[in-house]
Design a binder for this molecule. Structure first.
Ligand SMILES: Cc1cc2nc3c(=O)[nH]c(=O)nc-3n(C[C@H](O)[C@H](O)[C@H](O)COP(=O)(O)OP(=O)(O)OC[C@H]3O[C@@H](n4cnc5c(N)ncnc54)[C@H](O)[C@@H]3O)c2cc1C
Length: 478
């Protein structure tokens, strides 16, 4: 337990911690000058310097870090109501985070803004030591607090549409829809922090979609009325954490039995994400050559995803829970009163199916990229892996520059370098950057360094002229 001279951190309350945080930000405030040169938009308004689309942990951290780097004119928009950004209090059905509590990130290395300091300030001495994993609601509260402490300009219930580039002004026009109506904003740079599925979309296998009416299945991302599953026989497809979370909620809501089907011969029990949590990979995967980046990420994909231990226990402790390894689903039929499903040469009669099948990476599915996606380089445009490492999903990943910026398929579209991808789709290029707490400590600094570099290098001439004009005398010579 860190107890400072004035006895802060240990249960002395949030107010004292907030005062300490403000003090630390003040101590770290060099250089203090706003420096990004303003732009007037074609409609006469002052263009934003950066529009951040998505107000989850990623978007807020990028905006906060830009603030610390004295970039003004940064606005974050999020489609969800205030306090409901991301999965934490919307569709996540886990009890706690899956990541260990010591993983930091949104604090931007300001000690008083760490989740531990915030937790201890409220729950007192020793509270952190007795905390296991962080409850998801607690994490969400922490993210809202950090956002407030960094003073991020945040607009909830505001959905961004297709990003439009205006070559005459060199600016992006982005339509925003909110309860207040439709408006357009102009920005010099755009950051996509639209979530884990932000470079594609959640995906229901065609074998389900084509066979069943909508009322007989759902994806783990969708709202599900679990009370309606009481006494029902449920099938869950997939063996990742969300598949197990949804199986547990169905059983806890009174489902009579849950059958979880997955293709691998046995459940994955080794988590490559834990291996990856060291400075080398987190900070420098993006600096490795293409073939090495592909090799590492493909190996992580091969190793597979798993439910955290307590998530596995939560489901498997139920007498109604049935695990079916080596059971790829090969037939789904709607019957008069339910579903007939075949997997691993067995057939099962079920009432409802839950697809724990995650998301696919496919930029053409993103509304925000409607006008741009055809111009954006993918890995398949740049790198051909050896046959034994072929992977269709990885090929579709955006081939990003060294600071999360998109790269163009053709040099005439160089402007796409002013749009930054801070979603999970960045991981082949950047490692654990967007959409994972594990990668935030290094990825936020990298994307922000890319944005500030782009401002400085774009306006070098103006900065030189300002230097030439600079005539503030240090002293007078009489
Ligand atoms: C169920 C679940 C559990 C997870 N658990 C963990 C975990 O324990 N540890 C971990 O490290 N990672 C976890 N992750 C992965 C990742 O950390 C989270 O997905 C996290 O929410 C990513 O943060 P983000 O800011 O990138 O995206 P989000 O938190 O998803 O925020 C993106 C926001 O963008 C908004 N948005 C999207 N499109 C638009 C648009 N066009 N206009 C305006 N707003 C838009 C969305 O409304 C959303 O609020 C989990 C993911 C899921 C789905």
């Amino acid at each position: 337990m860190q107890i400072s001279d004035d006895g802060c951190f240990g249960g002395c309350g949030l107010a004292a911690l907030e005062a300490r945080a403000k003090r630390e930000l003040e101590l770290l405030s060099y250089p203090g000058r706003d420096w990004v040169l303003p732009r007037e938009a074609p409609d006469g308004s002052k263009a934003l310097n950066v529009l951040v689309i998505g107000g989850g942990q990623g978007g807020v951290a990028v905006a906060a870090k830009l603030g610390l780097e004295r970039v003004s004119g940064v606005r974050v928009v999020d489609a969800n109501p205030d306090g409901q950004a991301g999965p934490w209090v919307t569709f996540a059905r886990m009890i706690t985070l899956r990541t260990p509590k010591h993983v930091s990130g949104p604090d931007l290395e300001v000690p008083a803004l760490t989740v531990r300091a915030w937790y201890e300030a409220q729950h007192g001495e020793g509270s952190w030591d007795t905390l296991g994993l962080i409850p998801k609601e607690t994490w969400n509260d922490y993210l809202c607090w950090v956002r407030r402490m960094f003073g991020v300009d945040f607009s909830p219930q505001t959905r961004a549409g297709a990003i439009h580039y205006d070559p005459r002004s060199g600016l992006f026009r982005v339509p925003l829809s909110s309860p207040a109506g439709e408006q357009s904003v102009w920005a010099r740079r755009v950051v996509l922090a639209t979530g884990i599925e932000g470079s594609g979309d959640w995906a229901v296998p065609a074998i389900i979609e084509q066979a069943l009416p909508k009322e007989r299945y759902a994806h783990t991302r969708w709202p599900i009325d679990f009370s309606a599953l009481k006494g029902k026989r449920i099938g869950v497809i997939g063996a990742g954490a969300s598949a197990f979370d949804n199986a547990s909620v169905a059983l806890e809501s009174g489902a009579s039995e849950v059958h979880l089907f997955f293709r691998r011969k046995r459940l994955v029990t080794v988590n490559p994400y834990r291996w990856a949590e060291f400075v080398g990979f987190l900070k420098h995967h993006a600096d490795a050559p293409d073939d090495q980046r592909w090799r590492f990420v493909q190996q992580i994909v091969r190793m597979g995803q798993l439910p955290p231990a307590d998530t596995f226990r939560r489901a498997s402790e139920h007498p109604g829970f049935h695990l079916h390894p080596g059971c790829g689903v090969d037939r789904v039929v709607a019957t008069e009163h339910g579903i007939s499903l075949s997997a691993g040469d067995q057939s099962y009669d079920l009432d409802f199916l839950i697809a724990g099948t995650g998301f696919v990476t496919d930029l053409s599915r993103r509304v925000e990229l409607g006008e741009l996606e055809g111009k954006l380089a993918r890995w398949k445009d740049v790198y051909t892996p050896p046959a034994e490492r072929a992977n269709a999903d990885l090929e579709r990943h955006p081939y990003l520059g060294s600071h999360f910026e998109f790269t163009p398929r053709s040099s005439e579209d160089a402007f796409v370098r002013y749009v930054f991808n801070y979603t999970f789709g960045s991981w082949l290029s950047m490692g654990f950057g967007g959409s994972s707490i594990s990668g935030m400590k290094y990825s936020v600094a990298r994307i922000v360094a890319g944005i500030t570099k782009s401002f400085y290098t774009e306006d070098l001439e103006q900065y030189f002229q300002a230097l030439e004009r600079f005539d503030t005398e240090e002293f007078k010579v009489e």
